[in-house]
Each structure stands twice: as structure tokens, then as C-alpha cells.
Design a protein around this ligand. Structure first.
Ligand code: PDD
Length: 278
């Protein structure tokens, strides 16, 4: 926290932190495989973008964050899981107006154990439901305003499935914490980048890796009919990698089993990612 290391139970921040009072903070989640970071450079670049979009004081260096992360991974003996970083605007008397205040940002970094490579859902696939997207309009900025996503995920679990897909006016946006892809008639499609969705790092890496393997991924608007008539569907995220979807709103995707193209895409993603851990 702010350049110092603490035991989990001893780390605490001010109740006047704007991250706590206003969700005035941004974050990144980076997977850890074999004690190494996945796509760290890209995650740092997105963190800088999020900070700049919100005009949060930003004098951060990639190398400083990297060293803290590597030390945490080592001290916590983390082989597989994630490294989380959150930067808030800082601590101030509660005031909606933050203009003209160059606060000192609060930085928190921690690790969490999680099974990623052997996550059973990557093999079996997951079941999802569609729900209305009720978030604010700047979803391209990775802020900690995650209540709508948290409600959507919890609602899915209460309905006996694994996750929710956020839909707006009949158009597919993304998963509660993932990007969405569909495969129809052999074509892979994902919603285009816009303010409506987060530009996922896994999404952009996958588009690149597929290109390198002469597999085209089209970025375009996807509506609910496209989704429901897909042969295969999958979700991508830093901690889920490529997760096949086998059921949507109680209906099978394809024959209800994980499809061959998704399996191939999982293989391509893993091969490339393993070659660029840091
Ligand atoms: N969430 N869309 C949303 C709304 C997300 O929250 C995430 C990631 C993604 C995928 O982005 P990436 O590939 O960069 O992880 C898309 C992270 C994993 C989280 O909040 O835990």
C-alpha cells in the first residue's frame, strides 16, 4: 500500500478515501501463471489510460509497479492466481467537486490465489443468462464502480447459472466481468470497441493471436438473435482466459457441449500467452 508492505489484516485506508466514498478509483487485474504475470505491460498501459481519463494525478512508472508486484508474488508464494492493483484519487474532505485538488493517489496492490489453468469451467463450459446492462455510460474506463456487475453476477448465481451477459436495447455488450465472442457459420465475432464496453486485454491479445494464426475475428455489433443462433459462444477475461458458454437463458448453445473452435482458440491463447509471461 502506497509503497509499503503490510500483512493483510494490518492494511487499512482512510474512510475519507475517494475510492471508498465515490468509487473514484481505477483498477487492474492481471493473471499470474507459474509465478509470472500475464500481459502486464498491456494492463499497465490500460491503468494509465483509466487514470488519465479521470484526471487522477499520475506519476507512476511501469517498472515501480512491476517490482512491487514481483515482490508480492514472491513473498506470498503465489504460483497461480491474480495480482490486483487499485489507484484512487486520494483522501479529501467529502466533496463532489474534486477540481483544482491535486490529491496524492492511494495505491493498493495485493495478490489472490485462483485456479486458472485447471479451472473446470474451461473444460465443461458455463451457463449464462442475459440481463439488462444497467451501468454508467463510460464502461471503457476500468473504474471500481462495479455494483451493477456485482448484482448481475449474483443474480445469475441465484438463478442457478454461472454468469450474466449484459444486453442493451437488444445489443450484446459484454459479460459481467468479461468480453463476449460468438461463432456463427464458422465466423468469430465480438462487439466492437466503444464506450459501451471495457476493451479487455484478453480480448485484444486473442484478436492478435488469432490473426497470427490466420483466424479472423470480426469486431461488430451483435444482437440477441445473432447470439441465440450461434454455434459457439465464449467469454474472455484476465482470470478466466477463454471460457466456453454452453447454455444461454436455458437454451443450449449448439449441441450444448464445448465446441471444437472454442477448444482451438483456447489452445492458441494458451500457447501465445505462455511465451510472453513476465
Ligand atoms: N474484469 N469487461 C468487464 C466489464 C470486465 O470487468 C473485465 C475484466 C473484462 C475483461 O477484461 P480483461 O481481459 O482485461 O480482464 C471485460 C476483471 C477480470 C475483474 O474485474 O476481476
Amino acid at each position: 500500500m502506497n509503497g509499503e508492505f503490510f500483512l493483510k489484516k494490518e492494511a487499512s485506508i482512510s474512510v475519507f478515501d475517494r475510492g471508498f466514498l465515490f468509487s473514484d478509483s481505477v483498477y487492474e487485474v492481471c493473471a499470474v501463471i507459474g509465478g509470472k504475470l500475464v500481459d502486464w505491460h498491456e494492463h499497465f498501459a490500460r491503468l494509465m489510460r483509466s487514470l488519465d481519463h479521470l484526471d487522477i494525478v499520475n506519476n507512476f512508472q511501469e517498472q515501480d509497479f512491476y517490482q512491487v508486484k514481483k515482490k508480492l508474488i514472491k513473498e506470498n508464494q503465489l504460483t497461480e492466481g491474480l495480482c490486483y492493483v487499485q489507484v484512487s484519487r486520494g483522501v479529501a474532505e467529502r466533496d463532489f467537486n474534486f477540481a483544482k485538488k491535486s490529491l496524492l493517489p492511494t495505491v493498493v496492490i495485493f495478490t489472490q490465489e485462483k485456479s486458472i489453468l485447471n479451472n473446470p469451467a474451461s473444460k465443461s463450459g458455463i451457463k449464462i443468462i442475459t440481463v439488462p446492462d444497467e451501468r454508467w455510460q463510460r464502461r471503457d474506463i476500468k473504474t471500481t464502480q462495479l455494483l451493477a456487475q456485482s448484482l448481475a453476477k449474483t443474480y445469475a448465481i441465484q438463478k442457478g447459472v454461472d454468469d450474466s451477459l449484459l444486453v442493451q436495447d437488444g445489443i450484446i455488450n459484454e459479460g459481467s466481468s468479461s468480453n463476449a465472442f460468438i461463432i456463427r457459420d464458422g465466423r468469430i465475432m465480438t462487439p466492437s470497441l466503444s464506450k459501451a464496453i471495457l476493451g479487455g486485454i484478453t480480448r485484444s491479445s486473442l484478436v492478435k493471436f488469432c490473426q497470427m494464426n490466420n483466424i479472423e475475428i470480426r469486431e461488430q455489433k451483435i444482437n440477441i438473435d445473432d447470439l441465440m443462433s450461434s454455434q459457439e459462444v465464449f467469454l474472455t477475461s484476465a482470470t478466466g482466459f477463454v471460457l466456453p458458454v454452453v447454455e444461454i437463458d436455458g437454451r443450449n448453445v449448439g449441441n450444448g457441449l464445448v465446441g471444437d473452435m472454442v477448444k482451438e482458440i483456447q489452445r492458441i491463447y494458451l500457447d501465445h500467452i505462455k511465451a510472453k509471461l513476465s
